[in-house]
Design a protein around this ligand. Structure first.
Ligand code: NDP
Length: 321
């Protein structure tokens, strides 16, 4: 089968196509034949070495497809089930074995493409708005990179919870997208002073929570945009990792900072299933719509990485085996 591996840490050029045998599921595992693979920013961190992996490695954490074989002791699934998963390395491939406990059934009415586009990004939005910080009606929320994969879902979910959303993005086309998703205010963080705009929009009050997946480039603006006792949720490094800072800096407004990981919020199968249930509920209610902004053949994963890191994507990106 075709798989895409990072030969070593580096730029998109280290991604290479390899032919690997189709793996067999061991006890507790299922073999999933992939219909679509989700591209996520974390794949670029694995490839670049920001999050070190033993190389060479088939990267990718998210895919959806059909169960082709099951190992001993698997009761959660049967051959032929439509499933998706989001935390098992090796998704850049035509098929992969996954622990049955780490996959979920895809409900009827949700396509496998949508499932591959949404499972990781959507569960991230789920824990960010419902558990990491509990977004409530009337909260003022700042969402960075709002036209991106996670960003689009965050904007819509926060709106569904009754928040007022200030969305940032780079360039007019992405700002228009954010507006169409329901953002109340949009700010071009490439051209405008974000903290000044937030102060103006909120009459000096600031945001109750800032969702920041951009990292280094937005850190200062995020900090300055917070209300008293506000929370900065720094959950990604699209522009690079945030430099060290001193806890004393929080004392100005009694702020909170958290640096969460999805996999600590879906660590148990019970948490995984609850997160999936909440996610599929907002999809089926129509409160959150998934935009598959672009698709690439799996063999062109390198071009997909270049587009994602070059800020040329919107919404979710799929790799099609
Ligand atoms: P996106 O689709 O959001 O792509 C990243 C976006 O970040 C770009 O489109 C771009 O939007 C913006 N950006 C700003 N500065 C830069 C820069 N210097 N280089 C590249 N992009 C930049 O990606 P994802 O939806 O996959 O992920 C969003 C973030 O969420 C990532 O940081 C990711 O690591 C994080 N994440 C964290 C998780 C966790 O558990 N902690 C789980 C899932 C995702 P624009 O052009 O508008 O600036």
């Amino acid at each position: 089968m075709l798989a895409i591996q990072a030969a070593r840490s580096g730029g998109p050029e280290v991604l290479e196509a390899v032919a690997l045998p189709v793996p067999s599921p061991a006890a507790g595992e299922i073999l999933v034949r992939h219909e679509a693979v989700g591209l996520n920013y974390i794949d670029t961190y694995h490839r670049s070495g920001l999050y070190p992996l033993k190389m060479p490695a088939v990267i990718g954490l998210e895919a959806a497809g059909t169960v082709e074989a099951i190992g001993d002791d698997v009761t959660r699934f049967q051959v032929g089930d439509r499933v998706a998963y989001n935390g098992t390395l090796g998704a850049y491939s035509e098929a992969a074995v996954v622990p049955a406990e780490r996959a979920v059934k895809v409900p009827d009415g949700v396509s496998l493409e949508t499932a591959a586009a949404v499972l990781l990004k959507g569960m991230t939005a789920e824990f960010l708005v419902r558990r990491c910080f509990h977004v409530k009606h009337g909260d003022l929320v700042l969402v960075h990179a709002a036209a991106g994969g996670v960003g689009q879902i965050l904007v819509q979910w926060c709106k569904a919870l009754g928040a007022t959303v200030i969305a940032t993005a780079g360039g007019e086309a992405k700002l228009t997208l954010a507006r169409e998703l329901g953002a109340d205010h949009v700010v071009d963080y490439g051209r405008e002073d974000v903290a000044a705009r937030v102060a103006e929009i909120t009459c000096g009050q600031g945001a109750a929570v800032v969702y920041d997946g951009v990292g280094r480039d937005t850190w200062d603006a995020s900090f300055k945009s917070l209300a008293r006792r506000g929370m900065l949720v720094t959950f990604g490094n699209a522009s690079g990792p945030v430099p060290p800072f001193a806890p004393l800096e929080l004392s100005g407004k009694s702020l909170f900072v958290t640096r969460p990981r999805l996999f600590d919020y879906i660590a148990t199968t019970g948490e995984l299933d609850e997160s999936a249930e909440a996610l599929f509920a907002v999809l089926s209610s129509g409160a959150v719509k998934i935009d598959i902004g672009q698709t690439f053949p799996l063999a062109e994963a390198r071009a997909a990485h270049e587009a994602l890191e070059g800020r040329r994507t919107t919404g979710a990106t799929l790799l099609i085996p």
